[in-house]
Ligand binder design. Structure first.
Ligand code: FAD
Length: 493
């Protein structure tokens, strides 16, 4: 199909010119699709392909967490599993710490992997036939009578290049939000893009913000050996996630010695010598050796000519798009974090691909957020798909839910896994699975069968009747489906 479309365009001698501003997952995935469909594609990026996702956000954080994961799974179960550590005497203040971490070495590995990934993506995009241009792109205001638009690029070499496009995709992502009185200095007050320059382990790390990013870093640094205080403005950590999952994680954090401060809003952070002082809005002051600000992100949408070109922005600064990634300006599409639809690399990539399919006249299914699966990379991980507890509680869908703790799972017992559960949501009459939550080690891998069920309208009967390996954590997915099936039968559904 793809090859046929490209051949058809080549036969007609007609080439569509696509310019993509921003080379993160939203931009580079779109470039691959558009090039395969025979378009002439230029991707403009100022930092390197892969974008913030690969260079500073998703890939580096998950590489750091890979080290943290080894530390926690070893530290939390070695005694129970009968493993003897070399000196036989764990630190009584911190019994889980049996070995240390060389943070400088970890961070050098993080940066090496990120750069290698960026090079691999550049090679793949170039191989697909797209041009990669290093520089800062900006949209010119007008649209020519033939529908084309102009993008001006300040190249890395300091020159200006003007590109003509039949369609433009804006995929400029976002950057860390800053509080006016807590500006990062890159040494002790840090945002999440700066932590990989640390050579020494922070002794006492204050993490401000308990959303996904704050929780992931707090858990990781705790595992790597820092004493961590997590400052959460809300009642509990991870306010946007399944409440049962958030309770499990907060319990685990506290049990491992993290100081979780709920209903505590940070007003400012400042350097005092080699220390950092964080002042809360109620006047309390907490101190640490370092502070990581994780208070959300803002979109990269200013100063690039968007509004002048007729692109409508939301109050938050995000670009308004429809479900096929069109903006309010004809011929201008947008994808990824700059749209504020769902801050996930997978969603950015999907939005970018949809934009290209739509503009290039291919069959396209509009973006469906009900089947997005997502994961919080803490220990345990929290993976979710489909409708949520909040949707059920707010009456947005009528669904039954059953939650099964992992404590009852044979494999979990063997592995010394205590924390976690599997929860499934299904429609009352039909038993169609509409959502799920897995809290477990590697929940990101376990959620996939539930994602397949949600995406394909499978029923709890179908999941219940599918073999699972014994013993396995995924056995709990089958078991929870059987419980829903029994409940449905009891209700006469
Ligand atoms: C700490 C952290 C961890 C995360 N972990 C995950 C995860 O595990 N899984 C997941 O799915 N998502 C994760 N995310 C979210 C994910 O990183 C984003 O959703 C994803 O990066 C969005 O991709 P994007 O294409 O919109 O933009 P980005 O990846 O932000 O890329 C945008 C690119 O555009 C460039 N750019 C901006 N303006 C211009 C301009 N004017 N001209 C040229 N180039 C420009 C930028 O330099 C950048 O290279 C994480 C986010 C954070 C902060």
């Amino acid at each position: 199909m793809v090859a046929a479309a490209a051949e058809a365009r080549a036969r007609l001698g007609y080439v569509t010119r696509i310019v993509i501003i921003g080379g993160g997952p939203g931009g580079y995935e779109a470039a691959l699709v558009a090039a395969q469909l025979g378009a002439e594609v230029t991707v403009v990026d100022r930092d390197g392909l892969g974008g913030a996702s690969v260079l500073t956000d998703c890939v580096p954080s998950k590489t750091l967490i890979a080290t943290a994961e080894v530390m926690t799974s070893f530290g939390s179960s070695y005694e129970e599993l009968g493993i003897i550590v070399e000196d036989g005497t764990p630190d009584p203040d911190n019994p889980a710490r049996v070995v240390g971490v060389d943070l400088g070495k970890v961070n050098r590995r993080v940066k090496r992997l990120a750069l290698a990934q960026s090079h691999d993506i550049t090679a793949a995009v170039t191989r697909a036939g797209a041009r990669v241009l290093r520089g800062r792109g900006r949209l010119e205001p007008g649209q020519a009578s033939d529908g084309t638009r102009q993008v001006v690029v300040e190249t890395a070499g300091g020159e200006e290049e003007r590109l003509t496009a039949d369609a433009v995709l804006i995929a400029t992502g976002g950057k860390p939000r800053e509080l006016p009185d807590a500006r990062p200095d890159g040494e002790r007050i840090l945002n999440w893009t700066q932590v990989y320059d640390l050579e020494e382990q922070p002794e006492e790390l204050i993490v401000v913000g308990s959303g996904v990013t704050g929780a992931e870093f707090a858990g990781a640094y705790q595992a790597l050996g820092s004493r961590v205080t997590l400052v959460s403005s809300r009642e509990r950590v991870l306010p946007g996630e399944d409440p049962d999952a958030a309770v499990v994680l907060e319990d685990v954090f506290r049990r491992r010695g993290m100081n979780v401060m709920s209903r505590s809003r940070a007003a400012s952070a400042k350097r005092v010598g080699d220390r950092v002082e964080v002042t809360l809005s109620d006047g309390r002051v907490i101190t640490g050796s370092h502070c990581l600000m994780a208070v959300g992100a803002v979109p990269n949408t200013s100063g690039i000519g968007l509004e002048e070109a007729g692109v409508t922005l939301k109050d938050s600064g995000h670009i308004r798009t429809d479900r096929v990634s069109r903006t309010s300006a004809p011929g201008v599409y947008a994808a990824g974090d700059c749209t504020g639809v769902f801050a996930l690399a997978s969603v950015a990539a999907m939005q970018g691909r949809i934009a290209m399919y739509h503009f290039l006249g291919e069959t396209v299914a509009p973006l469906d957020l009900k089947t997005v699966s997502a994961n919080v990379f803490t220990d345990p991980e929290i993976a979710t798909v489909g409708y949520t507890q909040a949707d059920v509680d707010a009456g947005r869908i009528d669904a039954r839910a059953v939650k099964l703790p992992l404590l009852r799972n044979a494999r979990a017992k063997m592995q010394g896994v205590r924390d976690g559960f599997v929860k499934l949501f299904c429609r009352p009459g039909t038993g169609i699975v509409v959502g799920g939550v897995v809290v477990a080690p590697r929940a990101s891998e376990l959620i996939h069968p539930i994602s397949i069920a949600v995406d394909n309208n499978l029923t709890v009967e179908q999941i219940a009747n599918t073999f699972t390996v014994y013993p396995s954590l995924s056995g709990s997915i089958g078991e929870v489906a059987r419980q829903l099936q029994t409940r449905k039968a009891a209700e006469g559904g």
